[in-house]
Write a protein that binds this ligand. Structure first.
Ligand code: SAM
Length: 288
């Protein structure tokens, strides 16, 4: 089987189908087999895995996932590509290509089709839509066992940022509340065709057990409000959202958060404490 993820094979396939990469679909094809193989190895966690791929492109990662997984279901938005994939992945009989925007996929229904398999997600993500795709997965409540995805290095740094660093923001806190996240591969910009302007990184996310006592919508709204204006103190941001600055000051005191601190210095545990302190008041207030 010819490896797709090489500069020469990629060029050959692109020329055969007279294809040029579409910028608006975030198309940058991987042309380094060692990196693609690493992503596939990190993604496939057991010998009974179904891999869901977002954006197979011309099949570089799909091919390597197919060698390790029982089945690959690959969602591609570009209508030019299914015929290309039928050619490039001709020998991979366990691959199903679906011409569909991944944002429209019903993940719960998809996972329910494979009750005896570990369903995992793998992708070299289209960069224009990285965060919406990940939040769609995080919010789906589908039993996805692992997510292994490549994205721009800067965005990866924000997802995995630790407290008291410049990259730490609401996205980091919410992601780390929902999942355990780690960076598994660093990817230089020169392993793509066309070459992007930035380096990339592969992140792996595994879901934490859901805490049913937390109303996520309210919790996430509170976190986003605390980070609303980065240079403002937690009292100013939180107080503005809570709608009563004096009461907010008392609440921060109750949970031992100094009102002069900024959100970037607050840990996930501190945000959970703050949420638990306001939950009751807040829900009563919005019901009245
Ligand atoms: N997996 C291939 C690789 O690594 O060489 C291609 C990766 S390329 C960065 C992103 C792919 O996602 C492209 O094929 C693009 O057409 C596809 N794509 C973009 N938006 C999408 C969406 N909303 N749903 C499904 N596929 C999408």
């Amino acid at each position: 089987m010819k490896v797709i993820a090489t500069p020469s094979r990629t060029k050959e396939i692109l020329e055969k189908f007279d294809l040029t990469a579409k910028k608006n679909y975030g198309q940058n094809f991987l042309v380094e087999p060692g990196i693609v193989s690493k992503i596939a190895s990190h993604a496939i966690m057991s010998d009974h895995c179904v891999a869901v791929e977002i954006g197979p492109g011309i099949g570089a990662l799909t091919q390597m996932l197919a060698q390790k997984a029982n089945k690959v279901i690959a969602y591609e938005i570009d209508e030019r590509l299914p015929q290309v994939l039928a050619y490039s992945l001709e020998e991979c009989t366990n691959v199903e290509v679906v011409l569909q925007d991944f944002m429209e996929v019903d993940l719960k229904e998809l996972v329910s089709r494979y009750p005896d398999q570990d369903v995992v997600i793998a992708a070299n993500l289209p960069y224009y839509i990285t965060t919406p795709i990940l939040f769609k997965i995080f919010e789906s409540e589908a039993d996805i066992k692992r997510i292994t995805v490549m994205m721009q290095k800067e965005v990866a740094d924000r997802f995995s940022a630790q407290v008291n660093t410049k990259d730490y923001n609401a996205l980091s806190v919410i992601t780390q509340y929902k999942t355990t996240v780690k960076q598994v591969v660093k990817v230089p910009r020169n392993v793509f065709n066309p070459k992007p302007n930035v380096d990339s990184a592969v992140l792996q996310f595994e879901f934490k057990e859901k805490d049913e006592s937390i109303q996520e919508e309210l919790f996430f709204e509170m976190i986003k409000a605390c980070f609303k204006q980065r240079r403002k103190t937690i009292l100013n941001n939180f107080g503005e959202w809570f709608g009563d600055k004096e009461k907010a000051r008392g609440i921060l005191q109750d949970v031992s958060i100094d009102e002069k601190r900024r959100a970037e210095s607050c840990t996930l545990e501190e945000f959970i404490c703050l949420y638990r302190r306001i939950e009751h008041d807040y829900i009563c207030k919005s019901e009245n």
